[in-house]
Ligand binder design. Structure first.
Ligand code: FE
Length: 396
């Protein structure tokens, strides 16, 4: 038995933000981030539409990137005071992820993070409110997924929350909100989406319902990401849809060790963060080579390569063509080829090697490892991470 869950309604296309007018309810709380939605006028428009729908509206602003437990608790308290029957989260991944967690503590004030950290163990939501998500970046697809990442800065832990209860009720995928993304963010979030689709397609729990979404997303991202990066508006709109399709696939097919490694290297080093999308982009070619030792995975990578018309007649040739194509995409998007080169070398070589055993252990223990085609040993994971640091070939 498997489950496939998506939002009840998904509005897409230019101007779809206006659908907020048709939500039925009495009170809406709008959760947003640091200011771009306000600056570009989308927040005001959203509030006006909700008022047109006859709702009383309150704002919860300034959710930080990588939202904290404190922000979640503050937001949940604001919700308990205001008692909304709609939670409307808009912006990048962070405000939407934060709002998903606030929702849980709004409806269940006595629950704790420790209680909901176990995947798929949430209490039944929608007792008090429904959830509408409106993304402004084209990558995380949190508007359609069952996931949210919250950071406990005191303990230095990221809580990856996973439960179909937090899959939104309504997603509004309006490309106008993504038009304002800077080029670098477009590149990183776009390769995050590419990684979602590829990992979902080779995941051990991929199925007939997730495969077509993943494949089509890969084709669209392959066609449109570079154009979107170069400022083409149509390609930017297409990327907004493509990342959402990739999200529908991975919310149900889960991910793999590219994400395990990105999660656990992201904040591990003192020189600075390795941004999620860039980390995925750098690690993906290495992990494909490693995973392709698994026969089923190799066949699936070859299917992807064929689907996007890459050259090759044998499985091996097609897998290698896919790896080369992804490296080429990274280069064209000005994403570094390895951690050593990342942001001019902010991740210190000595520190990387010192922390390698611990980071490798954490990556193996990450929630995304379980659905990867191969489960790496400690030694293999260390070798994989070293290959990602020095841009070495994978031969194991
Ligand atoms: Fe991701």
């Amino acid at each position: 038995m498997a489950r496939f869950t998506l939002p009840r309604d998904l509005y897409h296309g230019k101007g779809s933000l206006e659908e907020l007018k048709n939500l039925k309810g009495k009170k809406a709380i709008v959760v947003v981030g640091g200011g771009s939605m306000k600056r570009f006028g989308f927040l005001d428009r959203a509030v006006d539409y909700l008022k047109e729908a006859g709702m009383e509206v309150q704002l919860f602003e300034n959710v930080e990137p990588d939202p904290s437990v404190e922000t979640v608790m503050k937001g949940a308290q604001a919700m308990r005071d205001f008692e909304p029957d709609w939670i409307v989260a808009m912006g990048g991944g962070s405000p939407i992820d934060a709002a998903k967690a606030m929702w849980v503590f709004y409806e269940y004030p006595d629950t704790t993070f420790e209680e909901i950290i176990q995947p798929f163990s949430f209490p039944t939501l929608r007792q008090k409110a429904k959830f509408c998500a409106i993304p402004s970046t084209s990558g995380t697809a949190t508007e359609v997924t069952a996931f949210s990442v919250i950071t406990d800065y005191h303990k230095g832990i990221k809580y990856p929350l996973a439960d179909f209860n937090i899959t939104p009720d309504v997603a509004i995928v309006d490309p106008e909100l993504a038009e304002t993304m800077p080029a670098k963010l477009t590149a990183n979030t776009g390769m995050d989406a590419m990684t979602h689709a590829i990992e979902a397609y080779v995941s051990t729990v991929a199925c007939d319902y997730t495969d077509p979404l993943a494949l089509h997303a890969i084709k669209m991202i392959h066609n449109d990401l570079k154009k979107s990066y170069d400022g083409d508006k149509d390609a930017r709109a297409s990327m907004h849809n493509a990342q959402c399709l990739a999200g529908m696939a991975f919310s149900n097919a889960l991910l793999g060790i590219v994400h395990s490694m990105a999660h656990k290297t992201g904040a591990a080093f003192s020189g600075g963060h390795i941004v999620h999308g860039a980390a995925n982009a750098m690690y993906l070619p290495k992990v494909i080579k490693y995973n392709s030792k698994d026969e089923r995975a190799a066949k699936r990578y070859a299917e992807i390569a064929k689907f996007i018309d890459l050259p090759g007649s044998t499985t091996e040739e097609l897998v290698d063509a896919l790896i080369e194509e992804l490296k080429k995409m990274n280069k064209s998007l000005n994403i570094s080829s390895c951690i050593k080169e990342y942001e001019g070398g902010i991740i210190d070589e000595k520190e990387f090697n010192e922390k390698l055993p611990e980071v490798a252990k954490n990556a193996i223990g990450d929630a995304c490892t379980g659905s990867n085609p191969r489960i790496p040993t400690q030694e293999e994971m260390e070798k994989l991470l070293l290959a990602c640091y020095y841009d070495k070939e994978i031969d194991f």
